[in-house]
Write a protein that binds this ligand. Sequence first.
Ligand code: C2E
Ligand code: CA
Ligand code: CA
Ligand code: CA
Length: 378
Amino acid sequence: HSIGDRLLEKVAERLQHIFGDTAFVSRLGGDEFILLFDQIDQKTVIKLANKVLVKMIEPFELNKHKIIVTTSIGISFATPDDIRNYSSTAEFIETLIQQADIAMYHAKQQGGNRAQFNNPTINAAVKRTFNLENELQHALENEEFFIHYQPIVDLQNKDIVELEALLRWENSKYGYISPDEFIPILEETGLIRKVGKWILKTVSEQINSWHKQDIHLSKVAVNISPIQFNDENFIRDLHEILQETQLNPKYLNFEITENVLYDFNKSLDILYKLHNLHINISIDDFGTGYSSLSYLKFLPIDTIKIDKSFIDNLDEDGKMIVQSIITMGKNLHYTLIAEGIETEKQLEFLKMLGCERGQGYLFSTPLSTDAVTRLLGR
Ligand code: C2E
Ligand code: CA
Ligand code: CA
Ligand code: CA
């Protein structure tokens, strides 16, 4: 009884943490929660539902036990006009909750760890996700994945100093699909563990191959999913790959997001294991999560990647935010990389603030292995 209650408190805390004040979170009783959003579109709901599924998979710690919680999500929608069909606001809200409840029941029936909608147009989106999930099951063995590399440049002279490896998926039925769509599915299904291992191995082999062609880069950055990072086999798998490929790990840079670091002590342990291998750690999409530089400074982190959303939005306030990230970051001796630079104006501003490195379409889009090899071999 008391363990159940404490677990549910932790679930509630985590939900609140995911949404901050963007949603009204309340307990419906039992193990059910309600999240109410004001003004939200269908695409955002799908994204948020995926986010909840991914975050809830991370085990809860209670009395030194790890507890896994399975999440089933039911979603219902209403437009302000719909309210006219009801006799009162109370009846309207009750219907909305009932419909979400039915959808949640279907999600549970299908095995849980998924979201269901009562709305037909959204159900089409869920169907697509379901189909893509099926295709992804065989994507690795069918060799449908490949990797593109995007240059990271020195802003002063535009020299390429590093590359970021980015996963690509081309499927025979659905064609080319964006990572923003398929990575969440890989995470939700846990397939990211196997795929992440494949990415690491492929990139390691590629670095070796570049070395044989006398192409030398300081580092290649690889995105590490939270699920991969917190997987108990992560470090063992890494050692296995390093053993197999004989790559010196100092050529690797791992990009993680702030939200990965929710368990400070555990993160510290993993980060030091990587640090001791001379693998660089970058905080990706910096500024979009919940942590601050004052929290990160206790961790062995080398690089801060300032999220594209800040670079996109350089009005008066935006400039102040970017300026303070750069000033603080420099004082704390981080290497700073600005993401998503598209214009000369953005470049000039970042250079003026002393940001050292950048990445974006202004310099280069992500390139195929062949294209990037030609570029580096010049
Ligand atoms: P990210 O790690 O923040 O990667 C940067 C994304 O921004 C890439 O999108 C890149 O193509 C895009 N980008 C770079 N410069 C510009 C620019 O100037 N303008 C615009 N509009 N976009 C730019 P991509 O490749 O579609 O990847 C999206 C996200 O998917 C990545 O965001 C990352 O979170 C995830 N992802 C991609 N590859 C991998 C991977 O191998 N493993 C994992 N775990 N996640 C990956
Ligand atoms: Ca990244
Ligand atoms: Ca990023
Ligand atoms: Ca991103």
